[in-house]
Design a protein around this ligand. Structure first.
Ligand SMILES: Nc1ncnc2c1ncn2[C@@H]1O[C@H](COP(=O)(O)OP(=O)(O)OP(=O)(O)O)[C@@H](O)[C@H]1O
Ligand SMILES: [Mg+2]
Ligand SMILES: [Zn+2]
Length: 548
């Protein structure tokens, strides 16, 4: 069986370590000057070269080459023994499975014996943050007075978990994520030597997917190479489950066109095809960030294929910078939402909603050439507050305000013809098909107020609605229990229907169901603003779960 690429390609000499020059230079200088420390801490993300560098240091201090500057030589007996994992004075301890005090005491006892083969006994303690407090204390004693022949190299991905007492005794080196360009370069070299047929775009994709971890990048290449076929961008996308680039681009197109339904489709399609929601959110953020760079004139900082660049340039030109920032923020928070498991698509839906429904930011940039006096084009969403009455609380004002659809799509008719008289006949313009949940959500307080004016009992029921959905043009109200739901009978439904018609100018059928889950969460209970994030989430079908 052939050796895994990442083992085969583990750097054996200092200059083969990629992207960690700051660490390598310091260590090389120490070797050259014969001034090697007794305790090192290598901190940084996984797969960036910590163990590799620790072994290089172990090799260098024990190398038999005459010139200090040539250590490690990678050819002498000791270097070869380290490479082959049979050098007796290199002791690698995985702290994840040796966390006990006894393990550390054992280490402390053995450390006093002189090296068997080389000059130094080198202890590499990997994942050192996993040690228990007692084990750390035992280790600390050793670090306080290490024998002259001992060198400790502690490695960790979570430096914040290391006690200050240990940190203060170590020379600390920070490993960085490796830039995409550097990863691509090494992957190219490996591909050439392994005689792989690879498209450069595929390597770029692999490099991006590995988020700075060289091991991940090499492993992905290995995985793709195992098919024995040419590695194209397409096969890479399929294998990596990231054939979503197109969905990201489509989503952004939908945003620019202000087509919420299309945008939601893109999200659902991506998730249905197995993309992880957070991963998808990250891709959207990364793409939007690239658009921002392009927009700011820094296109050269964007790593992308020529084809992609052209597309980005076109989309970036259409975006308003403030709107772009808003979108990045919204999707970034979706990417950082750790507990999305209970409603995988929700955070993405929210991010899209937020993006299309910003406080007062037009999404599409107004064409620069447009004279200031000219009215805004229809596609620019209604953002000027002038034409919309100031927000009033529903108790002060049962008078319906125009529907707030304008934030999603420009619907000038609705804005120009608000219905301000209770009881007046509904504007005929709209049909139920046009009403979105968003519209219902934004106008819910008004609908309740109108219902209250007609029949006070009804509003009590409407206040206990847990969530709503629209199904085939029917507004479906969800209630916590059957007891409450059963009260939403014919007359109450009719009053609600009339209230919706009066506020939105749309005649919709209303139905009631028992909402699933232990939805004990009425927005009002929580003081949740029905128009805000959580309110929208609830109305999109989200449930508030107990955090443990
Ligand atoms: N900076 C780098 N330059 C070249 N190759 C690297 C680099 N970092 C990692 N690699 C590749 O990834 C493999 C794993 O690296 P290494 O074990 O050193 O990572 P690590 O930082 O110790 O990760 P972990 O935190 O998961 O232990 C190496 O065998 C090598 O192939
Ligand atoms: Mg390691
Ligand atoms: Zn050597």
């Amino acid at each position: 069986m052939s050796q895994a690429f990442y083992r085969k390609w583990r750097p054996r000499l200092w200059d083969q370590v990629v992207g960690q020059e700051h660490v390598v230079h310091t260590l090389q200088n120490a070797i050259r000057g014969g001034k090697v420390g007794h305790a090192y801490l290598f901190a940084g993300p996984r797969g960036t070269g910590k163990t590799t560098t620790a072994r290089l240091l172990a090799k260098a201090v024990n190398c038999l080459a005459d010139e200090l500057s040539e250590r490690p030589c990678d050819a002498c007996e000791h270097c070869t023994a380290v490479n082959e994992g049979r050098f007796l004075d290199l002791i690698e301890i995985d702290a994840a499975s040796n966390t006990s005090v006894d393990d550390m005491r054992d280490l402390r006892d053995k450390i006093n014996f002189s090296p068997t083969q080389g000059r130094y006994k080198v202890y590499i303690i990997d994942e050192v943050h996993m040690l228990s407090t007692a084990a750390f204390n035992a280790l600390l004693k050793t670090l306080e007075e290490p024998p002259a022949h001992a060198i400790f190299i502690l490695a960790t991905t979570e430096v914040h978990k290391i006690p200050a007492t240990v940190l203060s005794r170590c020379q600390r080196h920070e490993f960085r994520r490796i830039p995409v360009k550097d990863i691509v370069q090494l992957l190219k070299q490996i591909s050439a030597e392994e005689h792989l047929q690879v498209e450069e775009d595929a390597l770029v994709l692999i490099a991006r997917q590995s988020t700075g971890a060289m091991r991940d990048a090499i492993s992905l290449l290995d995985q793709l190479a195992s098919t024995g076929e040419k590695i194209t961008l397409e096969t890479a996308q399929n294998v990596l489950g990231t054939a979503t680039n197109q969905s990201v681009v489509d989503l952004v197109s939908a945003m620019l066109a202000r087509q919420a339904d299309k945008g939601l489709d893109c999200i659902h399609q991506a998730l249905d095809s197995g993309t992880d929601p957070r991963q998808f959110a990250r891709q959207v953020v990364e793409y939007l960030r690239s658009l921002l760079l392009v927009r700011m004139g820094n296109a050269d900082q964007v790593d992308a294929t020529a084809e992609m660049r052209a597309l980005m340039a076109a989309q970036a030109a259409q975006f308003d910078v403030a709107a772009l920032l808003q979108a990045i923020k919204a999707f970034n928070s979706a990417a950082n939402e750790g507990r999305s498991g209970w409603q995988p698509s929700l955070m993405l839906e929210l991010a899209l909603t937020e993006t299309l429904n910003p406080p007062a930011v037009p999404l599409a940039a107004a064409p620069a050439a447009m004279p200031a006096a000219q009215p805004a084009p229809k596609t620019v969403p209604e953002a000027a507050p002038a034409s919309t009455p100031a927000r009033r609380s529903s108790t002060e004002s049962p008078v319906p305000e125009p529907p707030a659809e304008s934030a999603w799509q420009a619907t000038p008719a609705a804005v120009e013809a608000p219905q301000d008289q209770p009881g007046a006949s509904a504007p005929p313009a709209s049909t139920a098909g046009e009403v979105t949940l968003q519209t219902i959500n934004q106008n819910w307080a008004k609908i309740c107020a109108v219902a209250k004016g007609r029949r006070p009992q009804t509003v009590g029921l409407l206040n206990s609605v847990k969530n709503f959905t629209i199904k085939d043009g029917v507004l479906v109200l969800g209630f916590a229990t059957e007891v409450v739901r059963s009260k939403m009978d014919g007359e109450n439904l009719e009053v609600t229907r009339q209230a919706v018609q009066q506020v939105l100018g749309v005649s919709m059928r209303i139905a009631s169901v028992v909402a699933s889950g232990k939805a004990k969460t009425l927005p009002d209970d929580l003081g949740v603003d029905a128009d805000g994030m959580v309110g929208t989430a609830l109305n999109l079908g989200g449930k508030i779960v107990d955090k443990d």
